[in-house]
Design a protein around this ligand. Structure first.
Ligand code: HEC
Ligand code: HEC
Ligand code: HEC
Ligand code: HEC
Ligand code: HEC
Ligand code: HEC
Ligand code: HEC
Ligand code: HEC
Length: 412
């Protein structure tokens, strides 16, 4: 019966192939998407040594999408254009990695990042134009007017180098000018070896810098309904969802990234958080941004993936009233300060009189906090950390101003 045995053989062979296919499909993608030979060689060589001395580095890398997609150690560590080369156990590696090591493969994102306040303006907020080329200054000024063409912050002088290096710079160097001609670093939000979107989407990642009395975003978020819901439901969210197909089914509770960067439900990821901001809330007196209407529409588009427009319009109109009343309070305090300067009562350098600090805290802590709280659901920050101390400091400021005028009268 030759036909029968051939038939059985064919059936068995088919069953085997199907079985193999099904088993293979069930395996995790880490196993099926085998790295190339070149990857094994490059990664293997680096990993061979570094697994022993820095297990953590290699392990974090192994868990990344990069490892699964065949991006190897050397792809990042090889010298990018303009970088100092270093001979390293038979490999040529870069002495210092920057955003320049990521842009090879993520040029569009690098360009978005470059237009943002996380790039040159973050650096210029402390050092002014120092270290930036005229081209870099001109480029950034096109997108962030007044963000870069400015003087160094008075605290650079007052606090000195060690405070700058271990303080301000730790946060503001997200946009530092690099020796290779690029700007900034991508690892502030993605870490060096996980290159993870999950980590970038966690509020704690942004909170490395967005915290404290002068920009209490994490404190506000944690007290907001969004923060409470995130804490309660984090484990139900699909924080690993690929950015291009992220939906509100993956993230039905927003984190900082959802509102400011993510492309939820097809809206489009951005690495420039200014795109969705309609006011300059961090300024003493808050004004509308040049792209006010478009930016506000973009943010509202994010909110309305989860809320009705009527509710969101209400939140915005209430918050805009807080901006207005905060501006009024800060303006009143500023008028007192301007009056003292005009009448020659405050002649020293910046921050040489107690009253300078009272005024600075009034707008830089309390004013900002009240505005940020109003937009991001932080009632306590609008009130007890915002308006209340603003009132208290206004009284203090007036008393100090009177005292200064009296003293001045006496010494004249
Ligand atoms: C033969 C073992 C060995 C191999 C292979 C090796 N490394 Fe290293 N690596 C070391 C040791 C030891 C150090 C710490 C001392 C030093 O700086 O040389 C180090 C340091 C480093 C540093 C820190 C350098 C610095 O100046 O701060 C980086 C980055 C690095 N290695 C990346 C790599 C990459 C990427 C590869 C593969 C392309 C690689 N290494 C291959 C042993 C090795
Ligand atoms: C996605 C890009 C990327 C990949 C892939 C990558 N690295 Fe790195 N690695 C970095 C960056 C960025 C730094 C920080 C370097 C700096 O500050 O100059 C770094 C730092 C290091 C350091 C110094 C760590 C420390 O804390 O002192 C070592 C060692 C290292 N990498 C080894 C490796 C090895 C081994 C691999 C492969 C298994 C690898 N890297 C893959 C981007 C990468
Ligand atoms: C050799 C090219 C290459 C280099 C260099 C590179 N990447 Fe990637 N990166 C990729 C590829 C390929 C993917 C996967 C894209 C995909 O599947 O959509 C990826 C994905 C990512 C993702 C998304 C991960 C996720 O879970 O969705 C992040 C974040 C990322 N890279 C950051 C970085 C950073 C930061 C650097 C520099 C430190 C860097 N990359 C350097 C090629 C590269
Ligand atoms: C903990 C991280 C951190 C430290 C430390 C820090 N900053 Fe900032 N800074 C931020 C963040 C985050 C913002 C954005 C605030 C916002 O938009 O609400 C900011 C905003 C600013 C701004 C206003 C934005 C602008 O471009 O005008 C200035 C100016 C500034 N910082 C200067 C400094 C100086 C000077 C120091 C040190 C004396 C310093 N910062 C220390 C995180 C930090
Ligand atoms: C390494 C520190 C650091 C991290 C991490 C960081 N930021 Fe920032 N961010 C800054 C600084 C500094 C500024 C202020 C830059 C300026 O205006 O001078 C800023 C500004 C901003 C602004 C205001 C932009 C504008 O146009 O005024 C937003 C919104 C923002 N960041 C959102 C985020 C989000 C969301 C995350 C997390 C996904 C994040 N940031 C992570 C340092 C950081
Ligand atoms: C302020 C924090 C922050 C910085 C700085 C940052 N990223 Fe991201 N990045 C994010 C967030 C958040 C996401 C995920 C957006 C989402 O939820 O879909 C992301 C997503 C990505 C993705 C996946 C995008 C996609 O469409 O698949 C890549 C690749 C990436 N970043 C690369 C970079 C590179 C390269 C840099 C430096 C030029 C950089 N990032 C700097 C926060 C940051
Ligand atoms: C539910 C959405 C939402 C979440 C979640 C959220 N924000 Fe915001 N954020 C806003 C809105 C709305 C504004 C004000 C927008 C405007 O100016 O039109 C704002 C303003 C800001 C600003 C002020 C920029 C300036 O003008 O000074 C920063 C910085 C910021 N957010 C960072 C964060 C960080 C960091 C987190 C997480 C800890 C976070 N946000 C969480 C919606 C959100
Ligand atoms: C990814 C989904 C999502 C996005 C985007 C989002 N929210 Fe929410 N929001 C929620 C959830 C979930 C709750 C809790 C609802 C509940 O109490 O059942 C909430 C609650 C709120 C509340 C409190 C309502 C109350 O009375 O307790 C306000 C106010 C709010 N959101 C405003 C906003 C604003 C403004 C934006 C945009 C800047 C925004 N949300 C974006 C999901 C979202």
């Amino acid at each position: 019966m030759p036909f029968r045995s051939v038939f059985i053989a064919v059936v068995i062979a088919f069953a085997l192939i199907l079985g193999a296919f099904l088993i293979n499909r069930a395996r995790p993608s880490v196993e099926t998407e085998q790295p190339t030979e070149a990857l094994v060689r490059a990664t293997g060589k680096c990993a061979e040594c570094h697994l022993r001395s820095q297990y953590s580095v290699v392990h974090e890398y192994e868990m990344s999408l990069h490892a699964r997609k065949g991006v190897n150690c050397l792809d990042c560590h090889q010298p990018a254009p303009g970088q100092e080369k270093k001979d390293h156990h038979g490999f040529l590696i870069s002495a210092k990695l920057t955003a320049g090591n990521c842009r090879n493969c993520h040029e569009n994102i690098y360009q978005q990042f470059l237009r943002s306040r996380h790039a040159a303006p973050a650096w210029a907020a402390i050092y002014g134009e120092k270290g930036l080329t005229p081209e870099q200054v001109n480029f950034s000024e096109m997108y962030q007017p007044g963000g870069v063409r400015r003087l160094p912050h008075p605290f650079v002088q007052l606090e000195g180098e060690s405070a700058m290096t271990s303080g301000c710079e730790q946060c503001h160097s997200v946009g530092r000018p690099n020796a290779d001609g690029t700007i900034g670093t991508c690892t502030a939000c993605h870490t060096r070896h996980t290159s993870s979107v999950r980590i970038a989407r966690l509020p704690g990642t942004c909170a490395q810098c967005h915290m404290g009395p002068d920009h209490s975003q994490i404190e506000i978020y944690e007290e907001s309904k969004h923060g409470v819901m995130f804490q309660a439901q984090e484990r139900l969210l699909n924080l690993d969802a690929p950015p291009k197909t992220l939906t509100t089914r993956d993230m039905f509770v927003p984190t900082c990234a959802t509102c400011h960067l993510s492309g939820i439900n097809g809206i489009g990821v951005t690495h420039d958080p200014s795109e969705r901001l309609s006011y300059y809330l961090a300024n003493a007196i808050t004004e509308k941004r040049p792209n006010y209407a478009a930016a506000q529409a973009k943010m509202k588009q994010v909110c309305t993936q989860c809320h009705t427009l009527a509710m969101i319009d209400r939140v915005y109109s209430q918050a805009e009233q807080v901006v207005q009343s905060t501006n009024d309070r800060v303006k009143a305090a500023l008028d007192i300060m301007d009056g003292l300067h005009k009448d020659g009562m405050l002649t020293g350098p910046p921050f040489s009189q107690p009253i300078d600090f009272v005024y600075f805290d009034l707008w830089h802590y309390d004013g900002r906090t009240s505005k940020h709280g109003a937009f991001m659901g932080g009632a306590d920050f609008v009130q007890w950390h915002g308006n209340y101390p603003m009132i208290a400091k206004t009284v203090e400021l007036k008393a100090m101003a009177e005292e200064l005028r009296r003293e001045h009268g006496r010494t004249k």
